[in-house]
Design a protein around this ligand. Structure first.
Ligand SMILES: NC(=O)C1=CN([C@@H]2O[C@H](COP(=O)(O)OP(=O)(O)OC[C@H]3O[C@@H](n4cnc5c(N)ncnc54)[C@H](O)[C@@H]3O)[C@@H](O)[C@H]2O)[C@H](O)CC1
Ligand SMILES: [K+]
Length: 499
């Protein structure tokens, strides 16, 4: 699913009006109707709706939503910000159509009866047309709204937030519980510094022109359930284990055998045919017990990996979880990287070792997948001022080193050598725990071994990992779920991938 910037969204809007049998006012009505239907499905008529509108098209949406609510006898109070600018053409039409009186706000002296707990505040002050950070009265109004208790819904985007950039710390922005956004994810919804204002995001289809959407180019995408099912390869009834690849997960050190056992189990559970684990000897009994389906290969020493003895030709390597950074382990990693020609997966301490010896970056085989979290990424490639800047740096590094970077976080991003960014929107805060990353490494390695291209293995891996995490949270709660529960919920994910 494509992510467009504000100017592309505006062009899409315009293209739709010019090429489809729909006028801009009809499009606004369609957008308002989609919001109204969503609101109706979530809240009863016992709520009082306070609708705050600007004078642009976002305000026009708000006025239309307020009218639709009134027509179905919901209790509605509508406010319009008084300003020197005129209503946009379509907002004016909706203002004229509004059947009740509205209150014009010159400052923040409006009253909302808070003893009535059933309050919904609808923010239709500013949308994608915001041209500078809010100040003066609009700033005061939003600050006051942010202190009022009630359900808060932003239309299209929280007022005060820019679609394509991140806010400064002192910027005033409406804090929504829910954002009902039209047709597309905005880039701001995909970065933690701005996404926190949007709450839960629902994308409402307002039928913008599909040819424009198909033809318009972008470098940013969401990994959709459709792209997952389109790329998913069901197992062939006539196949044997050799058809599903040979994996070697390499990692673990004394006290960190758990990491590589989680990766091993994840690779098995994601469908890999044959799985080896290369770990220090202290991991032997643990691994043979926790993952009896996998074969153990000694890493050479009791407590750390000092040698990696595997033919790398037909084996897909995943290296890093629990590996440690001992000198001999570093040498073993360097030797391994020099010997592999095919894409591998590198995570955790494998990346930390490389960050201390940056020339090793050039040894990473072309089209390999690295899976750093933001701190590991910064160690490798330097600091960034925020997550958007880090994402852009990752895009450059993916191109420079010809690798796929899985930048883990609230919304994990997969950056490709072609400069594309694929955001993952599955997953939840229950996964922000030790072990989750080890599992992701095992999953991506297992998918790569099964013949998925590195880019698709990375995209499927992050999507499936997040989705299994969502099933785990549903069953055990975000608090009580542990990383292992992500592995346990994989069956639900596979059973629900539509083919
Ligand atoms: N995506 C679609 O196809 C549709 C989107 N719709 C809605 O339209 C808005 C965008 O509307 P636009 O008129 O371009 O802009 P806004 O309503 O966001 O605001 C413009 C308005 O506000 C003034 N302004 C801008 N910045 C500031 C500021 N910092 N302080 C004060 N005033 C400011 C500006 O001068 C204008 O007067 C989109 O988000 C959707 O909600 C359609 O309704 C349906 C199709
Ligand atoms: K808004």
């Amino acid at each position: 699913m494509k992510v467009f910037n504000t100017s592309q969204i505006r062009q899409c809007d315009q293209y739709t009006v010019e090429n489809d049998e729909i006028s801009s006012i009809e499009l606004m009505e369609k957008a308002a109707l989609a919001c109204f239907e969503w609101i109706k499905s979530q809240f009863s008529a016992n709520y009082t709706y306070y609708v705050f509108c600007g004078k642009g098209n976002n305000g026009g949406d708000g006025l239309a939503i307020a009218r639709l609510l009134l027509e179905e006898n919901y209790k509605v109070e509508t406010f319009v910000i008084q300003s020197s600018s005129n209503f946009s053409t379509d907002a004016q039409i909706n203002f004229d159509k509004y059947p009740d009186s509205v209150s014009f706000l010159e400052n923040d002296d409006f009253e909302i009866q808070q003893e009535n707990k059933k309050i919904v505040i609808i923010d239709a002050l500013f949308g994608t047309g915001l041209n500078k950070p809010l100040e003066g009265n609009t700033q005061k109004i939003i600050q006051k709204l942010n202190h009022i208790k009630g359900k808060k819904i932003s239309i299209d985007i929280p007022s005060g937030l820019f679609s394509d950039s991140l806010p400064s710390e002192d910027q005033t922005i409406f804090k929504a519980d829910v954002t009902l956004s039209f047709q597309f994810y905005k880039r701001a919804f995909l970065h933690v510094e701005s996404a926190q204002y949007a709450g839960k995001i629902f994308i409402l289809d307002i039928g913008l022109n599909s040819k424009f959407i198909q033809d318009e180019e972008t470098n940013n995408y969401i990994i959709s359930s459709k792209s997952v099912s389109d790329n998913f390869k069901p197992r062939d009834p006539f196949s044997h284990k050799g058809n599903y690849g040979k994996v070697a997960l390499i990692g673990g050190s004394y006290g960190k055998i758990g990491s590589i056992s989680l990766s091993t189990r994840a690779a098995l559970k994601i469908g890999a045919g044959i799985v080896f684990t290369i770990a220090p000897n202290c991991g032997y009994s643990i691994l043979q017990t926790l993952a009896p389906e996998a074969m153990f290969i000694s890493g050479g020493d009791e407590k750390l990996i000092t040698e990696i003895k595997i033919s790398t030709e037909k084996t897909t390597i995943g290296i890093g979880p629990g590996l440690g950074k001992e000198k001999l382990t570093k040498v073993a990693l360097e030797e391994l990287l020099k010997s592999i020609q095919t894409p591998a997966v590198l995570d955790a301490d494998a990346l930390n070792i490389i960050s201390e010896n940056k020339s090793m970056l050039n040894l990473i085989p072309k089209n390999s997948i690295i899976t750093p979290h933001p701190v590991e990424f910064a160690r490798l490639f330097g600091d960034s001022k925020d997550s958007l800047e880090q994402c852009e740096l990752a895009r450059e590094m993916a191109k420079k080193y010809n690798i796929i970077i899985v930048l883990k976080g609230h919304r994990t991003a997969v950056l490709t050598p072609e400069g594309k960014c694929y955001y993952n929107i599955t997953g939840n805060a229950g996964m922000a725990k030790g072990g989750s990353g080890d599992i992701l490494t095992g999953m991506i390695t297992g998918l790569l071994a099964q013949g998925y291209s590195p880019q698709i293995a990375a995209q499927l891996g992050v999507y499936i990992h997040g989705k299994a995490g969502d099933y785990a949270a549903k069953k055990y709660s975000q608090e009580a779920m542990t990383a292992q529960d992500i592995i346990h919920r994989l069956p639900e994910v596979f059973l629900n991938i539509k083919k």
